[in-house]
Design a protein around this ligand. Structure first.
Ligand code: HAM
Length: 427
């Protein structure tokens, strides 16, 4: 019986991986211009890392984590996001002892047991960036401008930057109390989860997808009225920096984001083209997290973008040229096949894409294959050509045929194919 993949987990097939590679390459280029370096952290971590950082009352921790006990009975979790792991790595490896401001990016799969739908998967991929050691607001603006530049560089201008401040450890408690009071006499209208959250962590009611809860929070007090002077000033400076950089944004006091670790600046890049899953990137400041996880009191800010959603927005609208073999060698007869194999490998060692048939198909079938692959040139060589030392090189575009020397075939073909590349403006 055929074994299919798990629901919410999918294969990313070559047509799509090409777009992904391009997005990743653009991200690496843009991020490295901002001084970011790549970090790779494990996919599996101790469950406590996520429950402590993301928060017990969040949807992610309370219902969406892939958690299991390993053979020794330790609770482990497939990472639902990258920030907690990067913070753990930061604390564990102490890179700040060498450079106090650390800028780290990572790319990889995340796992959340959500209900799969358009743009929402159980295994999905993020490009994630974190900056440690600066309290902002200029570093906030730097992160946001980096995210915006990445979107621009992959041709996605039609997105909206939403911006908010969640206040700090001084002023947020006042807002939380106010929200708790507001929700207290409306509990009956809330879903079961939100009835509990209304007391335990009222901000999380904002994340609920149940219509009745959405309706209740639509009239709830919003955080902007509760910010302390320091948070207001921070936010004002950030707005000023973004204006200097000519980065448009929309103020969204309802943007609380679904993770507990944020304080002050939060932001989300949204699109109108993906239905309900409108967030293509999101992030914010998390000044208390490094300390909460046992590290020094270092501020931090970061964001992540969702690859599946970004790739869906790009679709086929990307500048990648279709890759085509420089040469297909159609060989007829055993001696020719043997020589062809050697030449193909020789050309690849010189950075050229040479293809051939592994078997002993006839000329017609080999030409068909060359055509299907879109080979630019085909060298036709049989045992007779080997004897005379000359083969026929056919340009598949112009249909012109040239006679080529086979004695030093790799070097002769290399010259011709490299010249072709140059003429076409390929690498
Ligand atoms: P997040 O908002 O949970 O933030 O996820 C960031 C992005 O990942 C979302 O905007 C979305 O594009 C994508 N994403 C999330 N869940 C799914 C899913 N189930 N299927 C497909 N795409 C998804 C974080 O994860 C934070 N760690 C971001 C951050 C970094 N904050 C500070 N540093």
């Amino acid at each position: 019986m055929e074994i299919a993949s798990i629901k919410g987990f999918r294969d990313i097939l070559p047509e799509e991986t090409r777009v992904w590679q391009w997005i990743e390459a653009e991200a690496r280029r843009v991020f490295e211009d901002f001084g970011f370096q790549e970090i790779k952290t494990p996919i599996l971590e101790k469950t406590e890392l996520f429950s402590r950082s993301i928060g017990q009352e969040t949807d992610i921790v309370s219902k969406e984590m892939y958690t299991f006990d390993d053979i020794k009975g330790r609770s482990l979790t497939l990472r639902p996001e990258a920030t907690a792991s990067v913070v753990r790595a930061y604390i564990q490896n102490r890179p700040y002892q060498t450079y106090p401001v650390q800028k780290l990016y990572s790319i990889g799969p995340m796992f959340r047991h959500e209900r799969p739908q358009k743009g929402r998967f159980r295994q999905f991929h993020q490009i994630n960036a974190e900056l440690f050691g600066d309290p902002g607001p200029r570093s906030d603006a730097d992160m946001i401008s980096m995210a915006v530049l990445l979107f621009r560089s992959i041709g996605l201008d039609d997105v909206t930057l939403n911006l908010n401040s969640l206040g700090c450890f001084d002023c947020r408690p006042r807002f939380r109390e106010e929200l708790r009071d507001y929700l207290a006499d409306k509990k009956i209208r809330l879903c079961e989860d939100c009835q509990r959250r209304a007391d335990a962590n009222p901000l999380r009611v904002f994340d609920c997808k149940v219509d009745a809860c959405k309706e209740v929070v639509s009239e709830a007090p919003s955080i902007d009225a509760f910010l302390c002077e320091a948070c207001r000033e921070h936010f004002r400076s950030l707005e000023e920096c973004l204006s200097d950089l000519e980065i448009p944004f929309v103020l969204n006091p309802r943007l609380v984001r679904g993770l507990d670790y944020y304080n002050r600046t939060t932001f989300e890049i949204q699109t109108e083209h993906l239905g309900a899953q409108n967030a293509v990137a999101g992030g914010g400041r998390y000044d208390g997290l490094v300390r909460l996880l046992g590290g020094p009191d270092h501020p931090a800010i970061g964001f992540a973008l969702g690859m599946e959603r970004v790739a869906a927005l790009i679709g086929n609208d990307h500048p990648l040229q279709d890759k085509r073999p420089d040469l297909f060698i159609a060989a007829l007869g055993e001696a020719a096949a043997r020589a062809a194999f050697k030449w193909a490998v020789g050309l690849r060692r010189n950075g050229l894409w040479a293809e051939l048939d592994y078997g002993s198909a006839g000329l017609k079938s080999q030409m068909k294959k060359a055509d299907r692959l879109g080979a630019r040139q085909v060298l036709i060589v049989g045992d007779d050509e080997l004897k005379t030392g000359r083969g026929a090189l056919r340009n598949m575009l112009t249909k012109e045929q040239a006679d080529v020397e086979l004695k030093d075939a790799v070097n002769v073909l290399k010259e011709i194919l490299k010249n072709e590349r140059e003429r076409d403006g390929r690498d």
